[in-house]
Design a protein around this ligand. Structure first.
Ligand code: ATP
Length: 503
């Protein structure tokens, strides 16, 4: 909901996770910077993915391809011709919209009406209320639902047939008013290419038109044969990569969910033609398991299998996550056939084939792809973790329950007081632990306030040094989520933390 999302935004800023880019110049739309804690969380998510993909699979290797690629790459991939979004301008407000999003937003408003009816009925019927039954028997709700379905299917059809005039007609028929001015004065719908163009080379004559890559996948396809040969890889095998991608998104909103510069974590798995159905199921399953291993809650995930497929795919499914603004795509699993490798063979004139020693034949492999946005994963983890907790004594605390393996700081070392030699002992613990973990030292304010600060920061452990420590070499270790405190020996600290970091 809106409130939770606002809290996520302000907490991300206040605790040094995400800042607006160029904030002193009033920011840049849909561009964000990761701050001192954010950069650690982001790195930990990336590492967690990399470990699961590259380290744990002996048939997957990594690469780091450049953001700039030969411009023909994007002809071959279809991005020059087909990487478009339908855009429409409002002549009065001079605002620009994605036509499909405008229509989807309109449907979402109708959906809100349905939710209101359901809520009202739930109140009226109390315990006897059955949501499914109510929806299936209530004429008005069914009418709303039917309207949504009709609108969305007409939009999908018009977009598929590139009938942009009908998309505009639909917007006008629905009388979708500009949310600010209430005006309905629209331009025609135009296709808008999402790639950022730039130039390579100094002189005007020799400069070459380039694009910033809109996805990392193509860097893997063009390197396929080099990696296969030098790594002596046998099919099936995968190539993994993380890195920046750029899209000139028309509607940039919802914080780091949709950015113009973002990071992807992609893996292309090269397989024998005909085995794609098996591998598609395998990777859907493996990727869902990866998500569930972080413990963000099974109910927060669902698959959305695509009926309408992109030009390169023969099957596709999204893993959707329940963000504060509803279920939305977090990761895509695509069965891409040999579309990309064949296209690059055609445009480059080079063979990109695999020689199968067992059967003594050459073939162009099929590709199974898993593609996840690192920033979206960050938002999923962060928004899920932020909790206002009611405590027994009628107070509340803000706690960021990040999975320990992902938390930017694993432990804070706190001397109970700033004297009697306690800071020195605490600093020594810090010196010892910092070889293995990100740890911080904090001596400012009362210890209770320091606990709260670390809770809100997402630090899983607080280690407090008190006067008894000087006698028995023990400290108090407090766990963020349970707030339980235990007395342990200083030399046990490292293994206690390690146990929770290793998953
Ligand atoms: P959407 O439908 O949300 O625009 P997409 O289907 O275009 O996404 P893909 O091209 O499949 O996305 O990209 C793979 C992943 O990259 C997505 O699942 C998402 O996590 C991430 N991603 C795509 N576009 C953006 C963006 N503008 N900002 C942040 N992450 C993005």
């Amino acid at each position: 909901n809106d409130d939770q999302f606002k809290k996520v935004l302000s907490h991300a800023k206040e605790y040094g996770y995400v800042f607006q880019s160029s904030e002193i110049y009033d920011g840049l739309s849909a561009v964000y910077d990761y701050a001192q804690n954010g950069v650690e969380l982001k790195k930990n998510i990336r590492d967690y993915w990399w470990k699961a993909m590259v380290q744990m699979n002996d048939n997957i290797v990594g690469i780091d391809a450049s953001i700039f690629m030969h411009p023909t790459t994007w002809k071959a991939s279809g991005h020059v011709d087909a990487f478009n979004d339908p855009l429409i301008d409002n002549k009065d407000s001079k605002k620009r919209y994605r036509a499909d999003v405008l229509i989807e937003d309109y449907c979402a408003k109708i959906e809100t009406k349905i939710e209101k009816e359901v809520k009202k009925a739930a109140k009226r019927f109390g315990d006897a209320f059955n949501k499914e039954e109510f929806i299936s028997t209530n004429g008005r709700v069914l009418g709303y639902q039917e309207k949504i379905n009709t609108i969305l299917s007409r939009m999908a059809k018009s977009l598929e047939n590139e009938d942009l005039a009908d998309v505009k007609a639909l917007i006008e028929e629905l009388e979708i008013a500009d949310p600010l001015s209430g005006s309905k004065n629209w331009t025609d719908v135009k296709q808008f290419n999402l790639m950022f163009g730039t130039k390579l080379g100094a002189s005007a004559e020799s400069a070459m038109d380039l694009y910033l890559r809109p996805e990392t996948a193509q860097g893997i396809f063009v390197n396929f044969l080099n990696v296969q040969k030098t790594g002596r890889m046998k099919i099936p095998f995968g190539i993994a990569q993380t890195g920046k991608a750029f899209r000139n998104e028309i509607v940039a909103r919802q914080f780091i969910f949709r950015m113009r510069e973002f990071e992807q974590m992609e893996m292309q798995f090269f397989i024998k033609p005909g085995t794609q159905a098996k591998w598609y199921e395998h990777w859907k399953d493996a990727r869902m398991k990866w998500h569930l291993s972080l413990g963000l809650g099974e109910d927060n995930y669902r698959f959305h299998d695509h009926e309408k497929l992109a030009h390169y795919a023969d099957a596709a499914s999204d893993i959707e996550f329940k963000f504060p603004f509803g279920f939305k795509e977090l990761e895509g699993i695509h069965s891409r056939t040999d579309f990309d490798l064949k296209a690059h063979e055609e445009h480059s004139g080079k063979k990109l084939q695999y020689f199968d020693h067992e059967t003594n034949t050459n073939y162009t492999p099929y590709v199974l792809e898993t593609s996840i946005g690192l920033d979206r994963m960050f938002l999923a983890v962060f928004s899920n973790a932020l909790i206002e907790e009611e405590l027994e004594n009628n107070t509340t605390r803000t706690v960021l329950k990040l999975p320990t393996v992902l938390a930017p700081t694993k432990a804070a070392i706190l001397p109970l007081v700033k004297k009697d030699g306690l800071p020195e002992v605490a600093k020594q613990i810090l010196e010892d632990l910092k070889w293995d973990f990100n740890v911080v030292y904090d001596e400012k304010d009362a210890v209770g306030r320091r606990y709260r600060r670390q809770d809100a920061n997402g630090t899983p452990f607080c280690i407090t040094v008190d006067h008894d420590t000087l006698e028995d070499n023990s400290v108090t270790i407090r766990h963020r989520d349970t707030m339980e405190q235990k007395r342990v020996k200083i030399e046990e600290l490292s293994s206690i933390i390690k146990k929770e970091v290793d998953v």
